[in-house]
Design a protein around this ligand. Structure first.
Ligand code: HDE
Length: 655
């Protein structure tokens, strides 16, 4: 151990004092250095997306995208590009829970040979506002209220809903944040969207409008709201831990990159403006072309150095990827550098290891806080003769970035195009696309959120606003929050987009976690066979009992307990396998029954065998969908894994 100057330290537990019981001396440079460094350990958290978690990985295209873009990392299926991905919530501070009802950030830094490309997206394809100048407003409204800093990481309060009702362009995004999308099961089971319309430009200079998508290989899945709130208490790091553990276990999260492409000449052929960030392009109208896969395969070594210091920016592009005039995107192109200057303490954040491009970079920028490069020589200007005019801009052929030469003309004006004024049609499209269970969850979410709003007037304004989206929806929650039922107008939109419903996502049992509730005297032979089969089918099992250590089966087989009823909880698992044991105590059965019933009320798959069947105590529980009992170990495991793949059984009747 040394000081930061390299001096070897002989003692690190006692400060330098005048006598063993005397005062500490100012002369103690080791104490002062250690304490000063500690006092300055924190940096400002991100104003939004403060709570995040990240991992390293790689991206590989399936085919060349040459026809559409000259971006080097998309030219060949043999090209692998390193990436760093940071997931986040938006509203909560750094220490908030992972399961807040919120949009999730999904930022990817591609370390390409042509410089860093950042795709800074969300898990929701649209946004609350249409113009960047309103961003401080929407964020002020959703953050804890300024007079008392309550509530943390929640939109369920007056200022947020006052903003919504008085800024009706938010309608579509609010439908998404009230849906299951806002409470994902895992970062591994979440879609990502670039949100804005960007441009692909090919070698010939031809452009296409493009929207970016990430599609999780495991499908898109969510938890239920009651569960989300409990997870935040039982394990506030639920999403962090899930991602970390999956990568440590070699279950590398995978996402396919998809693009929707629209020709320049088709810019005006939609019934919405493609520059409007409150609109999506229905996948049924503009198919998503899957072009490659990203695999996250390495956890960080140091949270602060990597996850906290990473600086994303939608303006970090490479040749072949360009912007459009989406007024939200245009504003973002300013905000991200500006925020890093305060957050990372100066203009040299690109030199931090996590932000450094993997290709060489040089220019005439110099000095500033935290400068690490030691530039040599006297020349720091262009043009020059003293250094042979280096560094020199590159030609197009040498890979120099050229902005797409879009023709622009107009009056200077603070206004919004009329083509941005339809705020409700796509909100209705989203509503129409939901399954019955998803619709019920949305009504419940509005009922919860507005139930926390103190002002009856705001509650009424929100009901009246969402009557424009769907009368069923608005009536559904108006009753729960004690305001007048809306009379009209309802919506005439009948279109739906099945791709928006999570019911139509991929369903697999892989990496899902089942709690095995088991006590002394379990049927050793059979249970061991089931555990083995489930593992083969991709299901992860963890043993939960009433104390730690080992438990003994009827045939003296032993199993190591992973968790007790105190350290685990049904909300932390995808499924429950109730086994019990002939010698298990009464208290085991009391705790196990509570565990099973909670999972049942969260519509989760439940398997039971032997004494475990006694835990299915409610009426009709044994006959309910998603409750698997009986069969040989192989049959049982197959049926249970199929039930786990189904995720939840919404058709189950719970009282
Ligand atoms: Fe951001 N956003 N944003 N945002 N955003 C930030 O930049 C901003 C928007 C998104 O993991 C900040 O480095 C403005 C849309 C993600 O480090 C800040 C506007 C989308 C992250 C900022 C938007 C996003 C941020 C705060 C309206 C989805 C986390 C810290 C014009 C496409 C990045 C930082 C990470 C972070 C500004 C809207 C995604 C303040 C002004 C739309 C995923 O610069």
């Amino acid at each position: 151990m040394t000081t930061n100057q390299g001096l070897k330290i002989s003692e690190d537990e006692f400060s330098l004092k005048a006598g063993e019981r005397g005062p500490t001396l100012l002369e103690d440079f080791h104490f002062r250095e250690k304490m000063t460094h500690f006092d300055h350990e924190r940096i400002p958290e991100r104003i939004v997306h403060a709570r995040g978690f990240a991992a390293h990985g790689e991206f590989q295209p399936y085919e060349s995208m040459k026809e559409y873009t000259k971006a080097g990392f998309l030219q060949s299926p043999s090209k692998k590009t390193p990436v760093f991905v940071r997931f986040s919530t938006v509203a909560g501070s750094r220490g908030s829970g992972d399961l807040a009802r919120d949009a999730r950030g999904f930022s990817t830094k591609f370390y390409t040979d042509e410089g860093n490309y950042d795709l800074v997206g969300n898990n929701i394809p649209v946004f609350f506002i249409q113009d960047a100048i309103k961003f401080p407003d929407v964020i002020h409204a959703v953050k804890p209220e300024p007079h008392n800093e309550i509530p943390q990481a929640a939109s369920a309060h007056d200022t947020f809903w006052d903003f919504v009702a008085n800024n009706q362009e938010s309608a579509h995004m609010v439908m998404w944040t009230m849906s299951d999308r806002a409470i994902p099961r895992s970062y591994r089971m979440m879609e990502g969207f670039g949100v804005h319309t960007f441009r692909f430009v090919n070698e010939k200079g031809e452009a296409h409008f493009v929207k970016f998508h990430w599609k999780p290989v495991l499908g898109t899945h969510s938890v239920v709201w009651d569960e989300a709130q409990k997870v935040n208490g039982k394990d506030p790091d639920f999403h962090r831990g899930d991602l970390w553990e999956a990568i440590e276990n070699g279950n590398y999260p995978e996402y396919e990159l998809g693009v929707q492409l629209v020709k320049e000449e088709d810019e005006h052929s939609f019934d919405f403006d493609i520059l409007d960030p409150t609109k999506l392009w229905p996948e049924e109208d503009v198919p998503v072309k899957i072009v490659g896969k990203m695999t996250l395969n390495k956890n960080t070594d140091n949270y602060f150095a990597e996850t906290e210091q990473v600086a994303f920016h939608p303006g970090h592009v490479v040749p072949g990827i360009d912007f459009t005039n989406d007024p939200l995107l245009q504003g973002r192109l300013f905000s991200y550098t500006d925020t890093q200057l305060i957050r990372l303490g100066g203009p040299n954040f690109h030199e931090l290891p996590i932000n450094r491009p993997v290709c060489p970079f040089f220019n005439n920028q110099r000095d500033g806080y935290g400068r690490q490069t030691i530039n040599k020589g006297p020349v720091a200007y262009h043009k020059n003769s003293m250094a042979d005019n280096t560094p020199e801009p590159a030609t197009k052929e040498e890979g120099g970035f050229e902005h797409y030469q879009e023709r622009v003309e107009g009056h200077k004006i603070r206004a919004r195009s009329d083509s941005f004024k339809d705020h409700f049609s796509q909100a209705t499209l989203f509503w129409n696309s939901m399954s019955a269970a998803e619709k019920e969850h949305i009504i419940n979410a509005f009922s919860f959120e507005l139930g926390k709003v103190e002002s009856k007037d705001i509650r009424q304004q929100v009901v009246d606003m969402f009557a424009n989206v769907s009368l069923d929806l608005a009536k559904g929650f108006a009753k729960a929050i004690g305001v007048k039922l809306p009379e009209g107008p309802g919506s005439s939109v009948t279109k739906s987009s099945p791709a928006l419903s999570q019911e139509n996502t991929k369903k697999k049992p892989d990496t899902r976690k089942a709690a095995v509730l088991i006590g002394d005297g379990f049927n050793g032979k059979e249970i061991n066979a089931v555990l083995k089969e489930l593992k083969k089918l991709g299901v992860q099992t963890e043993i939960v009992s009433d104390s730690q250590g080992t438990i003994k089966g009827s045939d003296d087989t032993e199993l190591e307990v992973d968790h007790t009823f105190l350290t685990a909880d049904s909300v932390l698992f995808d499924a429950v396998y109730a086994v019990g044991g002939s010698r298990a105590e009464k208290t085991f059965y009391r705790q196990a029954a509570q565990f099973v019933h909670e999972a049942f009320f969260h519509y989760k798959p439940i398997g039971a065998s032997h004494e475990g069947e006694a835990l299915l105590q409610l009426d009709n529980m044994k006959e309910s969908p998603g409750v698997v009992i009986g069969g040989t170990p192989r049959e049982f495991s197959k049926n249970f894994a199929d039930a786990i793949a189904s995720h939840r059984f919404w058709e189950r009747e719970v009282i």
